[in-house]
Design a protein around this ligand. Sequence first.
Ligand SMILES: [Zn+2]
Length: 138
Amino acid sequence: MKIAKDFSWEMAHRLQCHKGKCFNLHGHSYKMQVEFEGNIESSTGMVLDYFDVKDIVAPIVDELDHTVIIWEKDSILIEKISELNSAHVIVPFETTAENLVGYFLDKISKANLAKEITKIKVRVCETENTYAEDGLEL
Ligand SMILES: [Zn+2]
C-alpha cells in the first residue's frame, strides 16, 4: 500500500554548469510529492499517519522555503547573497531537481520511520511540466 502527501515551497537557485538560461539566478514554486510504501498497521489501519508525514517532511521543506539554495562551489553567489543578508542554504551539489530528490530522500530516510515502511519515493517539480523522481528501499 502506498500513501503520499504534497508539499510546496518557494526557492531561488541557479545552475552554475548550465549553458543556457538556468545559469541566471531565478526562482521556482517547487512542488514535491513524498510517497511511503508499506504494510497497513493493523492497530491504526494506516501505513503512516498523514500528520506524521507532515511532521517529518515539513521541517525539511521549511529550511528551504524563501531561501536561495547554492552549490558550495558557487563561491561568487555565496559571497553576494551573504552581502545582501538574504537567507540561503549551501549544499554540496548542483541544485538540479534530480539532486534535490536525493537531498530529500536522504533526509526523510533518516527520520524515525515505522518499520512497516519499506520504500520512500520523492518527486520534485520545478515547473508544471517537469519533474524528477527517485525511490529508496529501506
Ligand atoms: Zn531553475
